[in-house]
Every structure is written in C-alpha cells, then in structure tokens.
Ligand binder design. Structure first.
Ligand code: ZN
Length: 282
C-alpha cells in the first residue's frame, strides 16, 4: 500500500505526517519553525525514515510561488525567497507537491472533512493572520498567485472601533481588523484571555461576517469553513452565522458556515491529499 507524506509548514510550527488519510496516520511530529536549513532538515530527516513514500505534499505559509516551489515575500526573518520543494525533493527523491497552507486545508476538508462531496466552498483560517482557499467546481482556484482574502477591504466604523488595524500594508483591511494579531493589539490581550468580554466577540463577529458575506457573494459557495485559533472561542460561530444572515438579507442563498471537521489536522491531511494528487499524476 502506498503512503504519502504531508507537511503543514506554518510560520511558528511545522507538522509532518505519514499516512493515507485521517484514519491512516502512521506517524505525526510537530516542531518549531526555526531557520530554513534547520526546519527543512528536520522535515527531510523525518520522512527519510519512511522508505515507502510515494510523494510528499507541502502546505506552506506564504506568500508562495507555487510553480517555483518557494516562499516569496514573507516578512518572517530569514524565510523570504526560500526554496522549499527543491531541497526536499533532492534529499527524498520523490515528487513534492506545493501549495499554500490554506489551500491544503481546503483540500483536506474537501476530501475527508466538512466539505466532503461538495464542489464549491471556502476554507478560511482566522489565526494570527487571515487567509482563504477556494475550491470552485471541484478545483482549487490559484489565479496569478493565490487568493488573498485577508487583505480585502471591509467596512470599518471608526466611531464604534477607533482601532487603526495591524496590517503593515493596509492598516484596516480584513486581516488588519479581524486577525488574532488585531484582537491582541486592540484589546491588549490575546483572544483566549478575553472569553468573558462580549464586546470582543460581537465586534469580531461583525468583521468576520463582512468578510464571509463578500466571499459568499463573489463565489457562491455551498459551504464556508471557518478554522484557525480565533474560531476556538465557542461564542463566535453562532454570532457570525446570525450576522451573515442579517447582512445577506434573504437575497443571496446562505451557505452552511461550519468549523473544520478535521480540527487542527485539516492542513497536514490536506498536504497528504496534495501528495496523493501529485503521485497520481506522475
Ligand atoms: Zn492588508
């Protein structure tokens, strides 16, 4: 039986796994993202212990150049213009598939999770930043680079929320207002310490609902999956659903808005799915 390697290459940690799906994970390791050499070396060493791999998939933090197999203009120190695919392919001698972390998570949820059997859906991660992957008519949308819904502009009422936003490029874009980093900067504490403060989650739901409404209107999805650390606050999802319903106002058909069925494993499982698809192609 063929096994696949998957890497969820995040800005703070890498998750590497070997297997063929959620019920067939043979081994999974997590380690911190340090220097590119050290981090890629640890991933290669993990997979080198498995001689039966057909391919490896990598879902990476970005922005990335998918064709070139590299991370491009990230502000993360030491990681700009770093080749990811070439060193792994060289040391492992198997095909290596490469995409964004959110695109991988979308694939994982589409194959085994909340979007199983659906043809058009968004996977949105609301963590330190905000990113989104779109599967439309059964295919991941890449465009010139990849969707950057975190940088959409959304309504911002400075009378209600005088916070200027945290995006270094745009200030109060979607990510600038609604990411985990924005919550921490606006309220002075990370979201997980603000559970008791209803104002935090009402405002967060307002911004997330604007973002969701925009991507719903743009792509007509069957489902929107909201993942990432910020969504772990249980009060948030029902508030977002209710506000999306109000904003769509009965005109646009309302998709299901759900949490990832694969939990924190959407990304690494999606990377395994990336590996499956490149192994089938080659
Ligand atoms: Zn921005």
């Amino acid at each position: 039986m063929k096994l696949y390697g998957g890497v969820e290459a995040g800005g703070t940690k890498w998750v590497c796994a070997v297997g063929d799906g959620p019920d067939g994970l043979r081994e999974l390791v997590t380690f911190p993202t340090t220097t590119p050499d050290e981090t890629l070396g640890r991933a290669a060493a993990f997979f080198a212990g498995h001689t039966d791999l057909a391919a490896v998939g990598v879902g990476s933090f970005g922005p990335i150049d998918r064709e070139a197999g590299r991370i491009t203009t990230t502000p993360k120190p030491g990681w700009a213009d770093i080749d990811v695919v070439a060193p792994l392919a060289r040391s492992l001698q198997v095909p290596v598939a490469f995409d964004t972390d959110v695109n991988a998570a979308a694939l994982g949820e589409g194959r085994w999770g909340a979007a199983e059997g659906l043809h058009t859906f968004w996977y949105i991660t609301v963590g330190t930043g905000i990113g989104g992957g779109l599967v439309a008519d059964g295919r991941l949308v890449h465009g010139v680079v990849h969707p950057e819904i975190g940088h959409m502009r959304i309504p911002h009422d400075p009378a209600r929320d005088p916070f200027a936003g945290v995006c270094p490029f745009h200030g109060d874009c979607f990510e600038g207002l609604a990411s985990g980093n924005a919550i921490r900067a606006r309220w002075g504490s990370p979201g997980e310490e603000l559970a008791a403060d209803a104002r935090v989650w009402e405002l967060e739901a307002e911004y997330l609902a604007y973002g969701v409404v925009n991507v719903v209107c743009a792509a007509s999805p069957q489902c929107v999956i909201l993942g990432g650390g910020v969504m772990k606050e249980p009060a948030l999802l029902p508030l977002v659903r209710a506000r999306v319903r109000e904003l769509l106002a009965g005109y646009v058909s309302e998709p299901e808005i759900v949490l990832p069925a694969l939990g924190d494993r959407s990304g690494v499982l999606g990377a395994i799915e990336l590996a499956c698809s490149i192994a089938t192609r080659s």
